[in-house]
Design a binder for this molecule. Structure first.
Ligand SMILES: Cc1ncc(COP(=O)(O)O)c(C=O)c1O
Length: 451
């Protein structure tokens, strides 16, 4: 067992960043690693415990990104580590696609109890978010025998070819990869902050929903050829933008009218992050399929596509994955669910509300904070050049996250101009206050630079 301890309070930056050890690794990375990765700043991590990570030069940071919303129970939660250790000494792999083992069923039963849809469900296991989406896309076509798919502008569903065809977040994610999977139509997502002037939130939500029946179904896709509508109940990479409850309810009605499946992509918004198991549960809308990954196994690669049992009617051989539902990942997921059920989900709600309350005052107080939104510990802060025009400013947003990094708080951007606040669900009120003090200081610095 490691004897090294790292502090649990605030950040502790001892070197210039990147420090000397980090610089060596960065040089190797620049030489050997795929340049397709998007790194925001040179953070080279060595170890993590809870919300704190330590870099290779001994600097300590508060991780308010959770490795992109993944380490839901914090870094290396002792119960998760113990479960991984125990399982890896017993059985690492057998391939659930060809053989059986008990934990495949145990986790499926456990997930079924949290399902946002009523009635029996079945579970398909994959290794990453994009694989869960891929599986949902294939199942939707298989079950409905229809081809058309609707997804939203601003959506991020992954980068494999099927999921990428649904993704509509940034041009570099698609550039030079065409042709993608045909049959996908993108429609406006109800980005409430950016609705047209003079429109109420409700009118805007209704309008975005009506676009599907009034425009898409009357021009490019017959409704009886539409298999599924894919939606992130809170857009993640698109900027931490929640869909209004009324909009999700309208989508459900559209799906019911035309026999279309509603797929909730909960890869980022799920696993308790919003204060409920699944973000869609805040709207009381039942999806037909949900996709799960990221936070469900605290950093071990596991994804899940859960569907109403009657929908999962594909035959043996139609879809599978060698590693999907790996026993070690499942052990991590079961331990993760214990921690989240016992404390994480409730804590996400309590600390999330505390953060939201404070950040909402920034909209009045800070000229560059255009909008604050979210639920639980999935909070977006939109940075704007000008409150009236709402002009986006990627450069200023990036400068703010860079300054926060230099002060020991790890924050990532989302969308064109927003900052995502997504700490582990076990974050304390004190850690949240420290991190938000740093963020406010950094916003203040950039605001001064504008004058
Ligand atoms: C909503 C959503 N779906 C799918 C994905 C793809 O997940 P992965 O990167 O694990 O393939 C992501 C990743 O950020 C996501 O946020």
């Amino acid at each position: 067992m490691a004897t090294h301890t790292i502090s649990t309070a605030g950040p502790n930056i001892r070197t210039k960043l990147p420090g000397p050890n980090a610089q060596k690794i960065l040089a190797g990375d620049a030489k050997y690693i795929s340049p397709s990765y998007t790194r925001s700043y040179p953070l080279v991590v060595k170890r993590g415990r809870g919300v704190v990570i330590e870099d290779v030069d001994g600097n300590e940071f508060l991780d308010f990104s959770s490795g992109i919303a993944v380490v839901s129970t914090g870094h290396c939660h002792p119960e998760v580590v113990a479960a991984i250790q125990k399982q890896s000494a017993e059985l690492i792999h057998m391939s659930g696609t060809d053989f059986y083992y008990e934990s495949l069923v145990t986790l499926a039963e456990r997930l079924a109890k949290t399902a946002p849809m009523s009635g029996p469900v079945r579970v398909y296991y994959g290794n990453s978010g994009t694989e869960a989406v891929e599986a949902a896309l294939k199942l939707a076509r298989y079950h409905t025998k229809r081809q058309g798919i609707i997804a939203f502008y601003g959506a991020f569903h992954g980068r494999t070819m099927g999921a990428l065809s649904l993704t509509a977040s940034k041009p570099q994610q698609r550039r030079r990869f065409a042709p993608l999977v045909p049959g996908v139509a993108h429609v406006p997502y109800p980005y409430v902050y950016r609705r047209p002037d003079g429109m109420t939130e409700s009118q805007y939500s209704q309008g975005c929903a009506r676009f599907i029946e009034d425009r898409v179904f009357k021009t490019i896709m017959a409704p009886e050829e539409c298999a599924a509508i894919f939606i992130e109940p809170i857009q993640g990479e698109g900027g931490y933008v929640p869909a209004p409850r009324e909009f999700l309810q309208e989508l459900r009605k559209i799906c019911d009218r035309h026999g279309i499946l509603l797929v909730a992509d909960e890869v980022q918004s799920g696993s308790g992050r919003t204060g409920k198991w699944w973000a869609i549960q805040h709207s009381e809308v039942e999806p037909d399929i949900i996709t799960i990954a990221k936070g469900i196994a605290s950093g071990m690669p596991l994804s899940v596509m859960m569907a109403r049992a009657n929908i999962m009617d594909w035959v043996p051989g139609s879809h599978a994955s060698t590693f999907g539902g790996n026993p070690v990942c499942i052990a991590a997921a079961l331990a993760t669910m214990d921690v989240l059920e016992r404390e994480g989900i409730r804590n996400a709600e309590v600390v999330g509300n505390h953060i939201l309350q404070r950040l909402r005052t920034w909209v009045e107080k800070h000229p560059m904070v255009g909008d604050v939104r979210g639920m639980g510990l999935m909070i977006g802060v939109e940075i704007v050049k000008d409150k009236k025009t709402k002009a986006m400013t990627r450069d200023d947003r990036d400068r703010i996250t860079q300054l926060a990094f230099e002060r020991g708080v790890v924050l990532l951007g989302a969308g064109e101009s927003s900052i995502r606040i997504a700490p582990p669900l076990i974050v304390t009120q004190e850690q949240a206050s420290i991190a938000m003090d740093v963020l406010e200081e950094c916003i203040g610095i950039v605001e001064k630079e504008q004058k």
